[in-house]
Design a protein around this ligand. Sequence first.
Ligand code: LLP
Length: 419
Amino acid sequence: MADPRSAYTQSVDFYAGLRPEELLCAYGSPLYVYNEAMLRLRCREMRDFIPLHRLKVCYSAKANANPHLLEIIRSEGLWVDAMSPGELLMNRRAGFSREEIFYVCNNVHSEELALAAAQSRIVSVDSLSQLEDFGLAAPGAEVMTRLNPGIGAGHHRKVITAGKETKFGINPEDIPQIHEICARHGLKLAGLNQHVGSLFMQPEAFLRAARRLLELAGGFSGLKYLDFGGGFGIPYRKYAGEARLDIASLGRACADLFGGWAVKNAYSGLFILEPGRYIAAEAGLLLGTVTAVKNNGPTRYVCTDMGFNILPRPMLYGAFHDVEIYRPAGESASGAAELPQAIVGNICESGDILHRDYPLPPIDKGDVLALLDAGAYCYSMASSYNQRPRPAEALIRPDGSVRLIRRRESVENLLDLIP
Ligand code: LLP
Protein backbone atom coordinates (compact mmCIF):
# COMPACT_ATOMS: atom_id res chain seq x y z
CA MET A 1 0.00 0.00 0.00
CA ALA A 2 1.47 3.31 -1.07
CA ASP A 3 -0.65 5.51 1.20
CA PRO A 4 1.40 7.33 3.82
CA ARG A 5 -1.55 7.16 6.21
CA SER A 6 -4.82 5.28 5.85
CA ALA A 7 -4.91 2.82 8.75
CA TYR A 8 -8.12 4.13 10.33
CA THR A 9 -10.34 4.06 7.25
CA GLN A 10 -8.90 0.65 6.37
CA SER A 11 -9.70 -0.67 9.82
CA VAL A 12 -13.36 0.29 9.44
CA ASP A 13 -13.46 -0.42 5.68
CA PHE A 14 -14.77 3.09 5.13
CA TYR A 15 -14.26 3.06 1.36
CA ALA A 16 -15.67 -0.46 0.88
CA GLY A 17 -12.85 -1.32 -1.52
CA LEU A 18 -12.95 1.93 -3.51
CA ARG A 19 -10.03 4.30 -3.76
CA PRO A 20 -10.49 7.89 -2.56
CA GLU A 21 -8.86 9.17 -5.76
CA GLU A 22 -11.54 7.38 -7.81
CA LEU A 23 -14.23 9.18 -5.83
CA LEU A 24 -12.59 12.54 -6.51
CA CYS A 25 -12.27 11.68 -10.21
CA ALA A 26 -15.96 10.83 -10.35
CA TYR A 27 -17.35 13.70 -8.27
CA GLY A 28 -14.66 16.35 -8.12
CA SER A 29 -12.50 17.72 -5.31
CA PRO A 30 -13.27 18.58 -2.53
CA LEU A 31 -15.95 16.04 -1.71
CA TYR A 32 -17.91 14.96 1.37
CA VAL A 33 -18.09 11.16 1.55
CA TYR A 34 -20.42 9.20 3.83
CA ASN A 35 -20.55 5.54 4.73
CA GLU A 36 -24.01 4.08 5.16
CA ALA A 37 -22.91 1.08 7.23
CA MET A 38 -21.22 3.36 9.76
CA LEU A 39 -24.27 5.60 9.96
CA ARG A 40 -26.50 2.58 10.62
CA LEU A 41 -24.10 1.25 13.24
CA ARG A 42 -24.20 4.50 15.22
CA CYS A 43 -28.00 4.69 14.94
CA ARG A 44 -28.28 1.17 16.34
CA GLU A 45 -25.88 1.89 19.19
CA MET A 46 -27.94 4.91 20.23
CA ARG A 47 -31.27 3.19 19.66
CA ASP A 48 -30.23 0.34 21.92
CA PHE A 49 -28.36 2.68 24.23
CA ILE A 50 -30.75 2.50 27.17
CA PRO A 51 -32.40 -0.81 27.89
CA LEU A 52 -35.73 0.92 28.50
CA HIS A 53 -38.66 0.53 26.13
CA ARG A 54 -39.93 4.06 26.58
CA LEU A 55 -36.75 5.70 25.32
CA LYS A 56 -37.03 7.43 21.97
CA VAL A 57 -33.95 8.70 20.14
CA CYS A 58 -34.55 11.84 18.07
CA TYR A 59 -31.62 12.50 15.77
CA SER A 60 -30.68 16.17 15.87
CA ALA A 61 -30.90 17.20 12.24
CA LYS A 62 -28.71 20.27 12.70
CA ALA A 63 -25.68 17.96 12.68
CA ASN A 64 -26.35 16.94 9.09
CA ALA A 65 -29.65 17.43 7.34
CA ASN A 66 -29.04 15.74 4.01
CA PRO A 67 -32.42 14.01 3.36
CA HIS A 68 -30.73 10.88 2.02
CA LEU A 69 -28.89 10.45 5.31
CA LEU A 70 -32.06 11.33 7.23
CA GLU A 71 -33.87 8.60 5.31
CA ILE A 72 -31.34 6.03 6.50
CA ILE A 73 -31.68 7.29 10.06
CA ARG A 74 -35.46 7.04 9.82
CA SER A 75 -35.23 3.49 8.50
CA GLU A 76 -33.33 2.61 11.71
CA GLY A 77 -36.37 3.63 13.76
CA LEU A 78 -35.12 6.96 15.07
CA TRP A 79 -37.25 10.07 15.20
CA VAL A 80 -35.82 13.49 14.49
CA ASP A 81 -35.71 17.03 15.83
CA ALA A 82 -35.85 20.26 13.87
CA MET A 83 -35.05 23.80 14.83
CA SER A 84 -35.97 25.72 11.70
CA PRO A 85 -38.44 25.55 8.81
CA GLY A 86 -35.54 24.38 6.62
CA GLU A 87 -34.87 21.41 8.90
CA LEU A 88 -38.59 20.64 8.95
CA LEU A 89 -38.55 20.58 5.17
CA MET A 90 -35.56 18.24 5.04
CA ASN A 91 -37.14 15.94 7.65
CA ARG A 92 -40.41 15.79 5.74
CA ARG A 93 -38.51 15.17 2.50
CA ALA A 94 -36.83 12.19 4.18
CA GLY A 95 -40.25 10.76 5.01
CA PHE A 96 -40.53 11.59 8.71
CA SER A 97 -44.18 12.04 9.66
CA ARG A 98 -45.42 14.92 11.79
CA GLU A 99 -45.58 12.56 14.78
CA GLU A 100 -41.89 11.73 14.44
CA ILE A 101 -40.62 15.32 14.57
CA PHE A 102 -39.88 17.35 17.70
CA TYR A 103 -39.45 21.07 17.10
CA VAL A 104 -36.86 22.48 19.51
CA CYS A 105 -36.37 26.10 18.61
CA ASN A 106 -34.82 29.27 19.92
CA ASN A 107 -35.96 32.88 19.42
CA VAL A 108 -38.30 32.59 16.46
CA HIS A 109 -41.16 34.58 14.95
CA SER A 110 -44.81 33.74 15.68
CA GLU A 111 -45.33 32.56 12.08
CA GLU A 112 -42.62 29.98 12.61
CA LEU A 113 -44.23 28.79 15.85
CA ALA A 114 -47.52 28.32 14.01
CA LEU A 115 -45.83 26.38 11.22
CA ALA A 116 -43.95 24.23 13.74
CA ALA A 117 -47.16 23.50 15.66
CA ALA A 118 -48.79 22.32 12.44
CA GLN A 119 -45.87 20.21 11.23
CA SER A 120 -44.38 18.61 14.32
CA ARG A 121 -45.50 16.40 17.16
CA ILE A 122 -44.68 19.04 19.75
CA VAL A 123 -42.87 22.36 19.96
CA SER A 124 -40.39 23.26 22.67
CA VAL A 125 -40.06 26.94 23.50
CA ASP A 126 -37.22 28.28 25.55
CA SER A 127 -38.36 31.53 27.11
CA LEU A 128 -41.46 32.82 28.84
CA SER A 129 -41.84 35.38 26.13
CA GLN A 130 -41.85 32.66 23.43
CA LEU A 131 -44.33 30.69 25.50
CA GLU A 132 -46.66 33.69 25.31
CA ASP A 133 -46.16 33.84 21.54
CA PHE A 134 -46.82 30.13 21.24
CA GLY A 135 -50.01 30.50 23.27
CA LEU A 136 -51.21 33.12 20.79
CA ALA A 137 -50.05 31.13 17.73
CA ALA A 138 -51.44 27.76 18.82
CA PRO A 139 -53.90 28.20 21.71
CA GLY A 140 -54.90 24.94 23.35
CA ALA A 141 -51.94 23.02 21.90
CA GLU A 142 -49.49 20.80 23.76
CA VAL A 143 -46.14 22.42 24.40
CA MET A 144 -42.72 21.63 25.91
CA THR A 145 -40.56 24.13 27.70
CA ARG A 146 -36.80 24.07 27.74
CA LEU A 147 -35.32 24.51 31.19
CA ASN A 148 -31.81 25.57 32.05
CA PRO A 149 -30.61 22.94 34.52
CA GLY A 150 -27.70 25.15 35.56
CA ILE A 151 -25.18 22.48 34.52
CA GLY A 152 -23.43 22.73 31.17
CA ALA A 153 -20.87 20.66 29.24
CA GLY A 154 -19.19 20.80 25.85
CA HIS A 155 -15.94 20.87 23.88
CA HIS A 156 -15.82 24.67 23.67
CA ARG A 157 -17.47 27.55 25.50
CA LYS A 158 -19.35 28.39 22.30
CA VAL A 159 -21.29 25.11 22.45
CA ILE A 160 -22.08 24.89 26.18
CA THR A 161 -25.81 25.50 26.28
CA ALA A 162 -26.76 25.34 29.94
CA GLY A 163 -25.47 26.99 33.06
CA LYS A 164 -25.04 30.65 33.85
CA GLU A 165 -23.46 31.88 30.60
CA THR A 166 -25.92 30.89 27.94
CA LYS A 167 -28.94 32.29 26.15
CA PHE A 168 -30.78 28.97 26.37
CA GLY A 169 -33.56 27.70 28.55
CA ILE A 170 -35.92 29.00 31.21
CA ASN A 171 -34.68 29.51 34.73
CA PRO A 172 -36.26 26.94 37.08
CA GLU A 173 -37.25 29.87 39.34
CA ASP A 174 -39.65 30.93 36.58
CA ILE A 175 -41.63 27.69 36.63
CA PRO A 176 -44.66 29.34 38.33
CA GLN A 177 -44.91 31.71 35.35
CA ILE A 178 -44.80 28.76 32.95
CA HIS A 179 -47.92 27.38 34.64
CA GLU A 180 -49.57 30.78 34.60
CA ILE A 181 -48.96 31.40 30.88
CA CYS A 182 -50.07 27.88 29.95
CA ALA A 183 -53.29 28.29 31.95
CA ARG A 184 -54.02 31.64 30.32
CA HIS A 185 -53.72 30.22 26.77
CA GLY A 186 -55.17 26.79 27.49
CA LEU A 187 -51.77 25.25 26.62
CA LYS A 188 -51.09 21.74 27.88
CA LEU A 189 -47.59 21.50 29.25
CA ALA A 190 -46.70 18.05 27.98
CA GLY A 191 -42.93 18.03 28.18
CA LEU A 192 -39.71 19.41 29.58
CA ASN A 193 -36.41 19.43 27.78
CA GLN A 194 -32.83 20.55 28.22
CA HIS A 195 -29.50 20.24 26.42
CA VAL A 196 -26.29 20.66 28.40
CA GLY A 197 -24.10 21.30 25.36
CA SER A 198 -22.25 19.53 22.61
CA LEU A 199 -19.55 16.89 22.99
CA PHE A 200 -18.93 15.41 26.37
CA MET A 201 -16.67 12.36 26.72
CA GLN A 202 -17.27 11.94 30.46
CA PRO A 203 -20.87 11.30 31.47
CA GLU A 204 -20.96 13.04 34.88
CA ALA A 205 -22.33 16.44 33.81
CA PHE A 206 -24.98 14.84 31.59
CA LEU A 207 -26.12 12.59 34.43
CA ARG A 208 -26.12 15.39 37.00
CA ALA A 209 -28.20 17.57 34.70
CA ALA A 210 -30.53 14.62 33.99
CA ARG A 211 -31.07 14.15 37.74
CA ARG A 212 -31.82 17.85 38.02
CA LEU A 213 -34.41 17.71 35.23
CA LEU A 214 -36.09 14.72 36.88
CA GLU A 215 -36.10 16.51 40.20
CA LEU A 216 -37.86 19.47 38.56
CA ALA A 217 -40.19 17.19 36.60
CA GLY A 218 -41.39 15.72 39.91
CA GLY A 219 -43.20 19.02 40.48
CA PHE A 220 -45.31 18.72 37.30
CA SER A 221 -48.22 16.50 36.46
CA GLY A 222 -49.43 15.21 33.09
CA LEU A 223 -46.00 15.17 31.42
CA LYS A 224 -45.57 12.94 28.36
CA TYR A 225 -42.04 13.85 27.29
CA LEU A 226 -38.81 14.27 29.21
CA ASP A 227 -36.07 15.22 26.81
CA PHE A 228 -32.45 15.25 27.99
CA GLY A 229 -30.92 16.64 24.78
CA GLY A 230 -27.77 15.41 23.07
CA GLY A 231 -24.06 16.10 23.41
CA PHE A 232 -22.68 12.54 23.25
CA GLY A 233 -19.08 12.89 22.10
CA ILE A 234 -16.98 10.96 19.63
CA PRO A 235 -13.20 10.54 19.69
CA TYR A 236 -11.76 12.91 17.08
CA ARG A 237 -8.14 11.94 17.81
CA LYS A 238 -8.31 8.63 16.03
CA TYR A 239 -4.57 8.24 15.46
CA ALA A 240 -3.75 9.03 19.08
CA GLY A 241 -6.09 6.21 20.10
CA GLU A 242 -8.52 8.48 21.98
CA ALA A 243 -10.98 6.40 23.99
CA ARG A 244 -14.65 6.24 23.05
CA LEU A 245 -17.40 7.46 25.32
CA ASP A 246 -18.51 4.41 27.29
CA ILE A 247 -21.99 4.40 25.86
CA ALA A 248 -22.97 1.04 27.32
CA SER A 249 -22.31 2.00 30.92
CA LEU A 250 -23.84 5.44 30.41
CA GLY A 251 -26.89 3.66 28.99
CA ARG A 252 -27.15 1.47 32.07
CA ALA A 253 -26.82 4.48 34.37
CA CYS A 254 -29.60 6.25 32.43
CA ALA A 255 -31.79 3.15 32.52
CA ASP A 256 -31.45 2.96 36.31
CA LEU A 257 -32.07 6.66 36.74
CA PHE A 258 -34.97 7.02 34.31
CA GLY A 259 -36.55 3.66 35.13
CA GLY A 260 -36.40 4.28 38.89
CA TRP A 261 -37.85 7.75 38.51
CA ALA A 262 -40.67 6.52 36.26
CA VAL A 263 -41.73 3.91 38.83
CA LYS A 264 -41.54 6.34 41.72
CA ASN A 265 -43.51 9.02 39.88
CA ALA A 266 -45.92 6.72 38.03
CA TYR A 267 -44.63 8.23 34.76
CA SER A 268 -45.79 6.52 31.60
CA GLY A 269 -44.48 9.03 29.07
CA LEU A 270 -41.40 8.94 26.84
CA PHE A 271 -37.78 9.68 27.66
CA ILE A 272 -36.09 11.42 24.73
CA LEU A 273 -32.47 11.86 23.70
CA GLU A 274 -31.36 14.12 20.86
CA PRO A 275 -27.91 13.03 19.67
CA GLY A 276 -26.58 14.62 16.50
CA ARG A 277 -22.82 14.27 16.40
CA TYR A 278 -22.72 10.72 17.79
CA ILE A 279 -24.89 9.49 14.91
CA ALA A 280 -23.40 11.40 12.00
CA ALA A 281 -19.82 12.54 12.68
CA GLU A 282 -17.93 9.30 12.12
CA ALA A 283 -20.05 8.36 9.13
CA GLY A 284 -18.54 11.18 7.06
CA LEU A 285 -15.22 12.58 5.96
CA LEU A 286 -14.02 15.36 3.71
CA LEU A 287 -11.72 14.51 0.82
CA GLY A 288 -9.57 17.16 -0.80
CA THR A 289 -6.44 17.66 -2.83
CA VAL A 290 -3.08 19.21 -2.05
CA THR A 291 -2.63 22.01 -4.56
CA ALA A 292 0.76 23.34 -3.36
CA VAL A 293 3.41 22.78 -0.72
CA LYS A 294 5.62 25.63 0.43
CA ASN A 295 7.73 26.92 3.29
CA ASN A 296 7.09 30.26 4.92
CA GLY A 297 9.56 30.98 7.69
CA PRO A 298 9.92 27.84 9.76
CA THR A 299 6.56 26.43 8.68
CA ARG A 300 5.87 23.88 6.00
CA TYR A 301 2.46 24.72 4.52
CA VAL A 302 0.39 22.05 2.88
CA CYS A 303 -2.09 23.99 0.75
CA THR A 304 -5.39 22.36 -0.11
CA ASP A 305 -8.75 23.02 -1.70
CA MET A 306 -10.45 22.57 1.72
CA GLY A 307 -11.08 26.07 3.03
CA PHE A 308 -12.88 26.99 6.22
CA ASN A 309 -15.94 27.79 4.14
CA ILE A 310 -16.49 24.06 3.71
CA LEU A 311 -15.05 22.84 7.05
CA PRO A 312 -15.50 25.64 9.58
CA ARG A 313 -15.00 23.70 12.83
CA PRO A 314 -11.21 24.21 13.22
CA MET A 315 -11.53 27.94 12.55
CA LEU A 316 -14.60 28.34 14.82
CA TYR A 317 -13.64 26.19 17.78
CA GLY A 318 -10.02 25.16 17.23
CA ALA A 319 -11.53 21.73 16.59
CA PHE A 320 -9.33 18.78 15.63
CA HIS A 321 -10.09 16.53 12.68
CA ASP A 322 -7.61 13.75 12.09
CA VAL A 323 -5.92 13.46 8.72
CA GLU A 324 -5.27 10.64 6.30
CA ILE A 325 -2.94 10.90 3.34
CA TYR A 326 -3.48 8.91 0.16
CA ARG A 327 -1.08 8.57 -2.72
CA PRO A 328 -1.96 6.69 -5.86
CA ALA A 329 -0.61 3.13 -5.93
CA GLY A 330 2.59 2.80 -7.91
CA GLU A 331 4.25 5.87 -6.45
CA SER A 332 6.35 5.12 -3.45
CA ALA A 333 5.19 6.34 -0.08
CA SER A 334 7.81 8.44 1.57
CA GLY A 335 9.48 6.55 4.40
CA ALA A 336 10.64 9.84 5.90
CA ALA A 337 10.00 10.69 9.51
CA GLU A 338 6.96 12.68 10.51
CA LEU A 339 7.33 16.43 10.61
CA PRO A 340 5.05 19.24 11.79
CA GLN A 341 3.02 20.61 8.89
CA ALA A 342 0.39 23.31 8.64
CA ILE A 343 -2.59 22.23 6.55
CA VAL A 344 -4.42 25.20 5.11
CA GLY A 345 -7.27 25.95 2.72
CA ASN A 346 -7.90 28.28 -0.21
CA ILE A 347 -9.73 31.11 1.54
CA CYS A 348 -8.43 34.66 1.81
CA GLU A 349 -7.86 34.73 5.57
CA SER A 350 -4.82 33.83 7.65
CA GLY A 351 -7.07 31.89 10.00
CA ASP A 352 -7.93 29.46 7.21
CA ILE A 353 -6.03 26.66 8.94
CA LEU A 354 -7.13 23.08 9.41
CA HIS A 355 -4.01 22.12 11.37
CA ARG A 356 -1.25 24.39 12.60
CA ASP A 357 1.63 22.00 13.24
CA TYR A 358 0.41 18.45 13.04
CA PRO A 359 3.30 15.94 12.90
CA LEU A 360 2.54 13.85 9.83
CA PRO A 361 4.45 11.98 7.15
CA PRO A 362 5.62 14.55 4.56
CA ILE A 363 2.70 15.52 2.36
CA ASP A 364 3.30 16.20 -1.34
CA LYS A 365 1.53 18.23 -3.97
CA GLY A 366 -1.10 16.03 -5.62
CA ASP A 367 -1.71 13.92 -2.51
CA VAL A 368 -5.30 13.37 -1.55
CA LEU A 369 -6.18 14.16 2.07
CA ALA A 370 -9.12 13.09 4.19
CA LEU A 371 -10.31 15.09 7.18
CA LEU A 372 -11.93 12.44 9.33
CA ASP A 373 -15.11 12.56 11.39
CA ALA A 374 -16.62 15.26 9.23
CA GLY A 375 -20.16 13.90 9.05
CA ALA A 376 -21.57 16.28 11.68
CA TYR A 377 -21.52 20.08 11.76
CA CYS A 378 -19.33 20.28 8.67
CA TYR A 379 -21.42 20.35 5.51
CA SER A 380 -24.31 21.68 7.61
CA MET A 381 -22.21 24.71 8.56
CA ALA A 382 -20.55 25.19 5.15
CA SER A 383 -20.89 28.44 3.24
CA SER A 384 -19.95 29.85 -0.12
CA TYR A 385 -17.62 32.48 1.35
CA ASN A 386 -15.19 33.89 -1.21
CA GLN A 387 -17.89 32.77 -3.68
CA ARG A 388 -16.52 29.25 -3.59
CA PRO A 389 -19.41 26.85 -4.21
CA ARG A 390 -20.05 24.12 -1.67
CA PRO A 391 -18.86 20.58 -2.48
CA ALA A 392 -20.87 17.54 -3.50
CA GLU A 393 -21.81 14.76 -1.08
CA ALA A 394 -21.47 11.08 -1.99
CA LEU A 395 -22.70 8.04 -0.08
CA ILE A 396 -20.98 4.66 -0.08
CA ARG A 397 -23.61 1.94 0.22
CA PRO A 398 -22.98 -1.34 2.07
CA ASP A 399 -22.59 -3.15 -1.29
CA GLY A 400 -19.79 -0.77 -2.32
CA SER A 401 -21.89 1.20 -4.79
CA VAL A 402 -21.76 4.97 -4.59
CA ARG A 403 -24.66 7.39 -4.78
CA LEU A 404 -24.38 11.12 -5.27
CA ILE A 405 -26.61 12.55 -2.52
CA ARG A 406 -26.00 16.22 -3.18
CA ARG A 407 -24.67 17.82 -6.33
CA ARG A 408 -21.75 20.20 -6.18
CA GLU A 409 -22.94 23.79 -6.10
CA SER A 410 -21.92 25.60 -9.28
CA VAL A 411 -20.71 29.16 -9.63
CA GLU A 412 -23.89 29.77 -11.62
CA ASN A 413 -25.91 28.72 -8.53
CA LEU A 414 -24.32 31.66 -6.75
CA LEU A 415 -26.34 33.90 -9.05
CA ASP A 416 -29.64 32.09 -8.33
CA LEU A 417 -30.90 34.63 -5.83
CA ILE A 418 -29.64 37.74 -7.54
CA PRO A 419 -32.61 39.56 -9.15
N1 LLP B 1 -30.44 19.19 21.06
C1 LLP B 1 -30.28 20.53 21.07
C2 LLP B 1 -31.33 21.37 21.65
C3 LLP B 1 -29.12 21.11 20.52
O1 LLP B 1 -28.96 22.43 20.55
C4 LLP B 1 -28.14 20.27 19.96
C5 LLP B 1 -26.93 20.84 19.38
C6 LLP B 1 -28.35 18.87 19.97
C7 LLP B 1 -29.51 18.38 20.52
C8 LLP B 1 -27.38 17.92 19.39
O2 LLP B 1 -26.14 17.96 20.02
P1 LLP B 1 -24.99 16.89 19.68
O3 LLP B 1 -25.47 15.55 20.14
O4 LLP B 1 -24.76 16.91 18.22
O5 LLP B 1 -23.80 17.37 20.44
N2 LLP B 1 -21.44 23.27 15.71
C9 LLP B 1 -20.93 22.68 16.94
C10 LLP B 1 -22.00 21.91 17.66
C11 LLP B 1 -23.24 22.74 17.94
C12 LLP B 1 -24.35 21.96 18.61
C13 LLP B 1 -25.60 22.74 18.63
N3 LLP B 1 -26.69 22.09 19.29
C14 LLP B 1 -19.73 21.82 16.61
O6 LLP B 1 -19.36 21.73 15.44
O7 LLP B 1 -19.11 21.24 17.49
